[in-house]
Design a protein around this ligand. Sequence first.
Ligand SMILES: [Zn+2]
Length: 439
Amino acid sequence: MSKGQETIIKTVHQYSKGLIAASDMEKLEEIARDYCYVKNQVYQRYGGIYGLPKIYPGYTVQNEMTRSGLRKRLGLPAAYFYCAIFDALGDVKSQWSYARGRVEKNIRNHPNLSPEERHYLRFIMKQSQCFEAVMCRKAPQIEGNWQEKYESLRAEVDGHKMEQYLRRQMRKHLQKIHTDTLDGFSVTVKGYRYGEHGIYLSTKQKRNRVFIPLTDGNQYERQLHISINPDEGKVRIDVPIEIRTRSRENYCNEIGLAVGMREMFVTDKGNVYGGKYGVYQTALTEYVREGQACYRRNRHNNPGRKKYYTGKKRLEAALHSYVNAEINRMLKIEKPRIIYIPKLPPVPVAGVNRRINYSVGMWQRGYVRSRLAQKCRECTIELVEVFGKDISKVCSRCGGTGGKDEEDFICRSCGLVLSKKQNAAQNARNRGRVNLGSL
Ligand SMILES: [Zn+2]
């Protein structure tokens, strides 16, 4: 692999061709039910506070689940059983890191903790052996001079009280996980075989595979995720593939971007991409708002929502394909080596502003960002987020404050007149350069 290249994961999809027979679909649904059951078993046994020592790296869980005899009882092929276990383990682990993040924040903001107490708690959270021991009410045995450090920190506080506080906090934030989703399952390479323009999947019946014709002839050798849609008799296969990033030698520009709700991107040179973004966005927002209102009005008549979801999906797809095409066009024309973009302002606390158009807007803005980030990774373009505060309020030429009329930024100090978005994009570029320069 040449310098500057790396691999990244991208998901490609395969689709079933024609209707899948009801009897075959039932076999797939059977697997999905068992898969869900196995996941819930893992959540139940290892999702709590005492599961912690077993979930890293997870072989203990795998072995215990094997010994439990559950797989035999269900008659579920190993190709699904172990996928379900690792799938669930992944959820348990992210639950832990979520909870740890919340607790760390609480410790930081707790008004009654002394600096020593805070220091001690932070030490426990950082040192994983120590953290595990405290969670399981055991005395930590840590390697090397960490033990000494631990003991000296503990001597300065009421250790018992602190550890209880930590356990209570973790319990509070470690949510119980449970799933009811029956819409799919993952399978290892041993559970399937491609052939005859389709795929054969193992079922719970020995030597009885389900054949699913596919719309393409691609074959993959890796863990797949099978999404089933029994209502429509369809299946979709998600395939995570590694792709090599391409770095383009003639991509050498540094650009600043302003991101907007009406125009998707404006560059520091004033070039506009996604000029119709607002139009697509509004169409979707209006549709969702109208659909929700209509649903609330007629709720008692129990109206079907299928038509609504189909319409919403169509508008979403149109918006997304427009966004992708415009990102590609921007990269092709601007040829950036590095892009500076203002950080998104923090999301306000839920419940403060629950207007539908607001939430749709936020969510679509997240889509634009994640697509831009993905494309940048694929092309090894550096995407740098810069401090976004006041980025549209200060002058990009002299740093003075300015006023805005309809379209333009007007500097009160140096008299610069520039479109608001272009001024913001130039500020993004300036801020990014200053930060990189000071590294
Ligand atoms: Zn100025």
